[in-house]
Design a protein around this ligand. Structure first.
Ligand code: NAP
Length: 448
């Protein structure tokens, strides 16, 4: 039954129905969604991380539609994307995401809806607004939107100034329910942004989480505040956040030094205009010796490779691999330089030599996603064709387990798009003239 109604919604969107028509479409009582089951949180207990398989824990099937709170909207999700947080939640590491939802449920009557025996995951989406709650002012049915993942209760005083500092800040579809890897989602109105008109549904869907994160880390006053001429070392420079970081550095007049792990990825960087590239596999850095202790010689070797390429040390290090690279990142940053970090993919207990840190007056900045303003600015740059999607492949929703598996094992480049209600790739382009001005080559930079 849910399928029939969602199919009607999809057909109306594809036919270009107006706001009044979209606003009258019935909201189905259930919808297709990728979800985890609370009863399966222990399914990988005792296994090493790399054997935990998202294809086993991610299910695609119908779930009931939640009621709409006054400050929320229903969005028909045309496309979404895989983020690393869906890998984390699907392997139940470092903790199960059902815990944060239980805590969220204690905050209000409406928040109770999030505590269920399943979690609909996914922290990106593009689609069409179907209904708005009674308190929503700036959006209406039929609006074409992208969704950012900063979920805050803006009636809490801590959510003002910088909403990423809010006591109740959560990531939608990771620490909340009703995420974007689905045909429908419930999101707060303050998560909505206009869909970039020159992009297809899936090209528009892959950006918000990674692009906004990189914007805050490098451009925002809350991050490293990169300036013209800065040398920026970017780990994982063709990965989700790294590929946007490279674009920000090039756009802002900086000098990116991109680190990748294969000649194919090195070629993508050269094609993007990043001239200084390090292939960490062929360089074979061994930042830890056989006893598991840090090897400063290898930090020095990385530093000297960077100097060979660009003649100086990095003003900024864009750090996220964590344990395996953090000591080296803190070492190679320039005297007075900044290491900005948002993650720890390879392990979150990290060590560095504090002598190099304090004696050389470096700064360490912790960064997490982006506030609404930062996400809006990052989306605006996409909409103007100044920052481009980095999507390499597209999967249908029922194959998202395979997509998450690829991201888990670093088999991908850039972002993986997921088609939800969109029946195929390439739909939803509203401004073909802007698209041709921006150019297919830039928009499809990562496309395999
Ligand atoms: P991704 O698409 O998997 O890219 C990560 C890149 O890191 C890979 O392409 C890989 O590049 C590199 N890498 C992986 N392991 C490494 C290691 N041991 N040493 C050096 N490089 C390594 O993931 P992503 O979307 O960019 O996200 C990266 C991390 O940031 C994840 O942990 C994610 O959860 C986190 N994140 C946090 C936020 C936040 O708001 N706090 C937002 C987005 C992402 P090569 O193999 O080519 O070197």
């Amino acid at each position: 039954m849910a399928d029939t109604t969602m199919a009607e919604i999809r057909d109306a969107i594809l036919a270009g129905a107006d706001s009044a028509t979209i606003g009258k479409l019935p909201i189905p009582s259930s919808y297709r969604a990728a979800h985890l089951l609370k009863s399966e949180t222990g399914m990988f207990d005792g296994m090493p991380s790399n054997q935990k398989d998202p294809r086993r824990s991610l299910h695609v099937g119908d779930v009931p539609t939640p009621e709409l709170a006054p400050d929320e909207v229903y969005v028909a999700i045309m496309a979404s994307s895989i983020n690393f947080n869906t890998v984390w939640s699907s392997i139940f590491e470092p903790v199960s995401s059902f815990g944060p939802m239980q805590r969220l449920a204690r905050e209000s009557e409406w928040a109770k809806r999030h505590d269920r025996d399943y979690q609909v995951v996914g922290s990106d989406g593009s689609g069409v607004v179907l209904r708005v709650g009674a308190a929503v002012r700036n959006w209406k049915p039929g609006d074409r939107v992208t969704i950012h993942c900063n979920h805050v209760d803006d009636q809490d005083q801590t959510a003002h100034n910088d909403s990423m500092l809010a006591a109740n800040q959560r990531i939608w579809g990771y620490e909340t329910n009703f995420g974007g890897l689905a045909d429908l989602s419930v999101v707060k109105a303050n998560q909505l942004m206009p869909k970039p008109a020159h992009l297809s549904w899936e090209e528009a869907a892959v950006n918000a989480l990674c692009n906004s994160t990189s914007y805050r880390m490098l451009v925002s006053k809350n991050g490293a505040q990169m300036k013209q001429g800065d040398v920026v070392l970017i780990w994982g420079a063709t990965g989700g956040i790294g590929a946007y970081a490279v674009q920000y550095v090039l756009n802002g007049g900086g000098i990116p030094v991109g680190v990748v792990s294969s000649p194919d990825k090195a070629k993508i960087l050269h094609d993007m205009g990043c001239e200084a590239v390090i292939d960490r596999k062929s360089a074979n850095y061994k930042f830890f010796d056989d006893n598991g202790d840090h090897d400063e010689k290898e930090w020095r070797r990385l530093g000297s490779d960077i100097r060979d390429l660009v003649g100086e040390d990095p003003d900024i290090v864009f750090e996220h691999p964590g344990r395996s690279t953090f000591g080296a990142s803190m070492y190679v940053a320039k005297r007075g330089g900044t290491v900005v970090t948002c993650a720890a993919t390879s392990g979150f207990m990290m060590e560095f030599d504090n002598r190099h840190f304090w004696m050389r007056l470096k700064r360490l900045v912790g960064s997490h996603f982006a506030n609404y303003r930062e996400a809006w600015e990052a989306n605006r740059l996409i909409a103007k064709g100044m920052i481009h999607p980095v999507m390499s492949q597209v999967f249908p929703l029922d194959q998202l387990g395979e997509a998450a598996h690829q991201v888990h094992h670093n088999m991908h480049e850039g972002k993986l798009g997921i088609l939800c209600l969109a029946p195929g790739a390439g739909l939803g382009i509203d401004d073909p003239a802007l698209r041709s001005r921006v150019g297919e080559q830039k928009i499809n930079m990562f496309r395999r």
